[in-house]
Design a protein around this ligand. Structure first.
Ligand SMILES: Cc1cc2nc3c(=O)[nH]c(=O)nc-3n(C[C@H](O)[C@H](O)[C@H](O)COP(=O)(O)OP(=O)(O)OC[C@H]3O[C@@H](n4cnc5c(N)ncnc54)[C@H](O)[C@@H]3O)c2cc1C
Length: 447
């Protein structure tokens, strides 16, 4: 930071009495970061939220973008817009590259940002379980860019199949393999099945989109292992009813340009989608911290970094134990953790006693299969079916940020529910990928 910047920053952080206002820097404006920022709106602190993107993303609905049900803007909201009324908060769009714990500075590609309290909420990325070479052939779903790339891949497969020269080529082009039977895999598989069987069914002249083969492959004995067994069975039946082949006890052995190998059998396809492991962001390295097997930072009971009470880690980046088990990487954990650390910081700044250790209140687990079936594991209630779907729907609408998004998503789901139509069926190309995509289409459709 240059001297002028330093003077300016110092002026900005003085209140009227010349007393220093503590600086809270939050890295990441996902579920955890936004919650922490919002919970600090009345605290006597200067908050800086840094994110590499200009938007907050509602990841649980990414699969809807990837399968052309919703548009990217329906499930995201500008971070500046979310925090615009919060006078004590500024937003910085920058890629964080490290943290200097000694100097108490966050390092970005452009400049260093000093902090008194730091909240790290940088989420997670894909993990290919030591097989990073699979990544180019089995893209995952984490961001808007991933979702639109998958949408392109899925819709292009049908376009290429329409031009295919023989039945075998057509069959290969219309084979979709989802690797990982967690909620994302289940939701994606159901949505692709409905796309093929309903939305696209009368749009092509040379292929029957409903002939698409959709396989959900899971290494464990059952899909949705976080749900009670009875509900995962129900989910499997609902998927099979939609025409999805569910292959459990089937670890993937190889993924390459030509397809996948499962149980020694090769399946020829270009449509492999990774919905399995996640790995934490590189925050563990920035903080030189002890991490768990997934790279998540091991935190103390108040979510602070051991030895650094001024640094907190929340959400998918943190490994927090409760009742001897690590908390899952889900949005409610991140949100509750974000709110909690804001409370800890506000209490400390006010010179009050710190709140009790963090404790996650699990309000339940939900997943949806297709447009009208959901499963819910909520307290003592465990149910599947249309009511489960309504429940899932209501929760997702409630947590979407922004009235516009809630309204648009509600409208589009109602439209899709009655018409089976998917309004966001755009095949878009970014300039860098354009040439590659053209070559792919040419290759796929050549004799
Ligand atoms: C496809 C999908 C479906 C999901 N479905 C569900 C579901 O149904 N229910 C559920 O509860 N959970 C679901 N999850 C999990 C849930 O979304 C995560 O647990 C939650 O987003 C974690 O919140 P977070 O704040 O830790 O991280 P995130 O929400 O991922 O936010 C991290 C933020 O940090 C920013 N960031 C990262 N690195 C940097 C950097 N170096 N510099 C600057 N900014 C950075 C990112 O841009 C992002 O905005 C799903 C996740 C995915 C990917």
């Amino acid at each position: 930071m240059n001297t002028q910047d330093a003077i300016q920053t110092e002026k900005e952080r003085q209140d009227g009495t010349g007393k220093s206002i503590p600086r809270v820097v939050i890295i990441g404006a996902g579920f955890g970061g936004i919650r922490a920022a919002r919970a600090l709106h009345n605290a006597p602190v200067q908050v800086t939220v840094i994110d590499r993107n200009n938007h907050h993303l509602f990841q649980p609905l990414l699969y809807q973008v990837a399968t052309a049900g919703l548009s990217p803007a329906d499930i995201s909201a500008p971070i500046r817009g979310i925090l615009k009324k919060q006078k004590n908060t500024e937003v910085v769009m920058a890629e964080v590259t490290g943290v200097d714990l000694e100097q108490r500075q966050v390092l970005t590609q452009k400049r260093e940002l000093p902090y008194d309290y730091l909240v790290v909420a940088t989420g997670a990325s894909h993990s290919y379980f030591g097989h990073n070479e699979w990544a180019p052939y089995a893209p995952g779903l984490k961001s808007i860019v991933d979702a639109t790339a998958l949408r392109r891949k899925i819709l292009l497969a049908f376009e290429a199949a329409e031009m295919a020269q023989d039945e075998e080529q057509r069959r290969n082009l219309l084979t979709f393999v989802l690797v990982g039977g967690g909620p994302t895999g289940v939701e994606m598989a159901g949505a692709i099945a409905e796309l093929a069987h309903k939305a696209l069914v009368s749009d092509f002249r040379h292929i029957d989109p409903a002939s698409a083969r959709i396989l959900l492959v899971e290494a464990l004995p059952r899909i949705l292992p976080a749900f009670p067994e009875k509900l995962s069975k129900k989910a499997q039946q609902a998927l099979e009813h939609l025409g999805v082949e569910v292959c459990t006890n089937s670890p993937v052995e190889q993924i390459d340009e030509d397809g996948v190998v499962i149980g020694g059998q090769r399946l020829v396809t270009r449509n492999v989608i990774w919905t399995a492991g996640v790995a934490a962001s590189p925050a563990g390295k920035w903080l030189n911290a002890e991490v768990d097997r997934a790279g998540r930072v091991k935190v103390d009971a108040d979510l602070s970094l051991p030895g650094h009470p001024e640094v907190f880690v929340v959400g998918d980046t943190a490994s927090c134990m409760q009742d001897d088990k690590p908390l899952p990487g889900v949005a409610p954990v991140a949100m509750q953790e974000g709110t909690y650390v804001a409370e800890v910081i506000a209490q400390r700044v006010a010179g009050k006693e710190q709140p009790r250790a963090f404790r996650y209140k699990n309000k339940g687990n939900l997943a949806t299969i297709g447009r009208s079936y959901g499963i819910a594991d909520v307290g003592k209630l465990r149910f599947g079916g249309f009511i489960g779907w309504i429940f899932w729907w209501a929760v997702h609408i409630f947590f979407l940020i922004g009235f516009r998004n809630r309204f648009l998503v509600m409208f589009q789901w109602a439209w899709a529910y009655f018409t089976y139509q998917r309004g966001a069926r755009l095949i878009t190309f970014d300039p860098a990928a354009l040439q590659k995509q053209k070559e792919l289409v040419e290759e796929l459709t050549s004799v």
